[in-house]
Ligand binder design. Structure first.
Ligand code: NAD
Ligand code: UDX
Length: 463
């Protein structure tokens, strides 16, 4: 089957960048990204490409090149489904906040709505691609909905999980380590796999395109995220031991990372991992394991989350303790609110939880983040429902420059590893702060000896 029209349901952090790259690399294919969120679609269509809703290095250039040529953003979901031969489902799959599996299982209501809508609208055969991260065996549910509520047309379901990391999404999409496509072993299933392989072959080498059965593909995504997050919790666990023993976690990470069996990536100790994926996907994995009665498997992976929560709490406790056991009415400057550098995404950012702890201690938080708005910061805190929104509003302020955020502060907490933080005029910041001036570097980012020479009391993670 020659693919000429693709539709993607969900114009978020995955759907937007992924489809922009497909459109750039496949000018012969018309790619339409649809979403129910009108504000998001309007922003994707903003004349000024700098105003697209997702910040990713290199993304606005690709959107500028392809948008209006073969890349379209629209709220007309039905039209896009009707016209497309391949439909990607890239909607959100958050942790359930109600009912059975609350706080653990993935909420599949958006996925089911998509499946029902596709079934209702489709008048000819379609390939439906799970791009969202889903529990293993979700394809079965989607197939059942499509086959039972459709118009008698044939659907093939493929699993094609996305491995991009935010902040490097464009590079990850252009040069993926692998593309994973899971499909049915039937002739029709294999044809569908080949149709999707042909799309990716426009820019990805054949040996990097891996095809498997659907269940392996679905489970590989959860497994990859669990392994990645497990490395961070492992090094963070060692960071606490380093602090007690005089070892330096950066040196330990380097020493073990040179073992080619361990490898050097993803061994950076931090205030704790954030982002929309790791916690959600591990909780989902734990839930699935429990539902099969595999309690030891569930407990093993749950420990990754327990360690991460501990690391965040440990960071805020240490700030309070070091500031003479009280932060009440003290200004604490936060450098960074995003969950990692080079993104405006704040979902599950460690900064939110550290701020929440410190506000409980009546601290005044002053935030500077190069890409995150005050509105977003307040919304993140309100979402926790720890206290009245009015209390969050009076406890947190945001500033356009780091110098204003740090002025008169008792302490600075580095929550995100933005490159620009390294080269600030640290003498100027020191001069404007209360003394002693403390820095709690949750990213081991700054130059410790330079800061100590200025007069800062500098504390890193794991040393
Ligand atoms: P997101 O929240 O940024 O985007 C999802 C979009 O889907 C939203 O804009 C929402 O309005 C839209 N949507 C929901 N239901 C819809 C419907 N019925 N019709 C039309 N639009 C609908 O989420 P995201 O970060 O892009 O993640 C999407 C999926 O990809 C998740 O399953 C996630 O686990 C997975 N994933 C995310 C990342 C990442 O880095 N963010 C990486 C790999 C995989
Ligand atoms: C992750 C996976 O990497 C990606 O493959 C998947 O598709 C989506 O989930 P993402 O969450 O966007 O990507 O970013 P990632 O680079 O994995 O970082 C996640 C969190 O871990 C961030 O808060 C980051 O700061 C933290 N981290 C990462 C560390 O604390 N130490 C490290 O060594 C690496």
């Amino acid at each position: 089957m020659k693919i000429t029209k693709i539709c993607c349901i969900g114009a978020g952090y995955v759907g937007g960048p992924t489809m922009a790259v497909i459109a750039q690399k496949c000018p012969q294919i018309q790619v339409t990204v649809v979403d129910l969120n009108e504000e998001r679609i309007t922003a994707w269509n903003d004349e000024n490409v700098d105003n697209i809703p997702i910040y990713e290095p290199g993304l606005s250039e690709i959107v500028a090149e392809a948008r209006g040529r073969n890349l379209f953003f629209s709220t007309n979901v039905e039209k896009a489904i009707d016209e497309a031969q391949i439909i990607f489902i890239s909607v959100n799959t958050p942790t359930k906040t109600y009912g059975k599996g609350k706080g653990m299982a993935a909420d599949l209501k958006y996925i089911e709505l998509c499946a029902r809508q596709i079934a209702r609208v489709a008048k000819d055969n379609k390939i439906v691609v799970e791009k969202s991260t889903l529990p293993v065996r979700t394809a079965e549910a989607i197939k059942s909905i499509l086959d039972n509520t459709g118009n008698g047309v044939q659907f093939q379901i493929l699993s094609n999980p996305e491995f991009l990391a935010e902040g490097t999404a464009v590079q990850d999409l252009l040069n993926p380590d692998r593309i994973l496509i899971g499909g049915d072993s039937s002739d029709e299933g294999q044809k569908a796999i080949q149709a999707l392989v042909a799309v990716y072959s426009n820019w990805v080498a054949a040996d990097k395109i891996l095809t498997t059965n659907v269940w392996s593909s679905e489970l590989s995504k959860l497994t990859a995220n669990a392994f990645l997050a497990q490395r961070i919790s492992s090094i963070n666990a060692m960071s606490e031991l380093c602090e007690k023993t005089g070892a330096d976690v950066n040196e330990v990470a380097k020493a073990i990372g040179m073992d080619s069996r361990i490898g050097s990536k993803f061994l950076k100790a931090s205030v704790g991992f954030g982002g929309s994926c790791f916690q959600k996907d591990i909780l989902n994995l734990v839930y699935i394991a429990k539902s099969y009665g595999l309690n030891e498997v569930a407990d093993y992976w749950e420990q990754v989350i327990i360690m991460n929560d501990h690391q965040k709490r440990r960071f805020s406790n240490n700030i309070v303790q070091t500031l003479y056991n009280t932060v009440a009415d003290k200004k604490i400057a936060f450098l960074g609110w995003a969950f990692k550098k080079d993104t405006n995404d704040t979902r599950e950012s460690a900064a939110i939880y550290v701020a929440d702890d410190l506000i409980n201690e009546h601290a005044k938080i002053a935030v500077y983040d190069p890409k995150v708005s005050h509105k977003k910061i307040i919304a993140d805190l309100n979402y926790l429902e720890t206290r009245a929104a009015s209390n969050n509003a009076t406890s947190v302020s945001s500033f356009d420059t780091p110098y204003e955020a740090c002025q008169n502060a008792h302490a600075i907490a580095v929550l995100t590893e933005w490159d620009e933080f390294i080269n600030y005029d640290w003498q100027k910041i020191y001069d404007s702060m209360q003394k002693p001036a403390f820095i709690f570097d949750g990213r081991n980012l700054l130059n410790a000896s330079e800061l100590k020479a200025i007069g800062f009391v500098y504390q890193a993670i794991g040393s």
